[in-house]
Design a binder for this molecule. Sequence first.
Ligand code: LMR
Length: 398
Amino acid sequence: MFESIQPAPADPILGLTEAFKADPNPQKINLGVGVYQDSTGKTPALSCVRKAGELLARSDAGSSYLPIPGLAEYTSAVQQLAFGSAHEVVTSGRAFSAQTPGGTGALRVVGDFLAANMPGTTLWVTDPTWANHANIFSAAGVSLAKFPYFDKANNSLALADMLDALQKIPAGDAVLLHGCCHNPTGVDPTQEQWEKIADVLYAQQLLPVLDFAYQGFGDGIDEDAVGLRTVARQGEEFILCSSFSKNFGLYNQRVGAATFVATDAERANVVGSQVKRAIRANYSNPPAHGARLVAAVLGDDDLRSEWHTELTAMRNRINGMRSLLVDKLAEKSVPGDYSFIKAQRGMFSFSGLTKEQVLALRERHAIYIVDSGRINVAGITESNVDRLTEAIADVVGG
Ligand code: LMR
């Protein structure tokens, strides 16, 4: 039966981790997958999360199934964190949130929801976007199209081209934007630009879908929510996909959420019934532990403030490494001006390295970065930055 099955290509991001693990070079560097590493190259559990885990271990939360949309205290905390607790979206009850297995799970729930309830909807994604977006939505049977986002020549947002393209999208289609820390480019709209984008989206009757996986990694928790809070206009519908992999360091717990914001609470209930149906047919109901951890941290003043401190430390380390990378590239006289990397936001640097240069880095130097030239800045340390920049000098110089 299986003789005719052809091997699938390796995943462009997670496949790199496999290749990295298999590489015997002791000096290898993994700057592929977006996982935070500290200055020693480790991905430790956050202290606030460890403390929450101890609290949970002392209580008996039970082992029965969670409801289909997950833990209510978690989904309510998700909404408050994203919008702010006094926001109309939260207080009106017009948002339905479901806990999902990671941000990927949230996106897939959205894909299944669109395919079942809004068939024929095309999902428009930024060019470029996270490599897994196309996989997720194609697997759900949603067709995809791209719109311009990144101005390669100036390493900036291609706002005019983007607005022009959005104006041509047929009413009823969905548009996937990154809430902050655009993956892979690290280029986000300003609040003013978000206003313009939201104007076009709603004038064209498009459904915004915001992928929000890096809250707190750009400029701060509230600062990074400016985009989605700008899109969250009175009476308008949109979808938000949240992930706590990065900002809580809960990569392997798969903690995410899909929030469907409807025109009113009654509509939100109807939409929620279809979301539950999509979830039941997929993974039935979500796993409990990671969401309990997030709810415990966000529900306790001390743990929450410790989380803010730890998140700030992660953000500051990444930004410090961003500057160090740019300085070292200049110091080593690597051809080209890389100063734009300092303005990028989030975990990644869209370096401008070509695919050939990326492959040469891998083959000649055992340095693993994504084919698009995306570097996980969080994987840079004071101990590997010299080797990294010397290797970049080697591949860029020929
Ligand atoms: C990434 O872009 O590296 C992360 O979102 C991890 C992943 O699953 O690809």
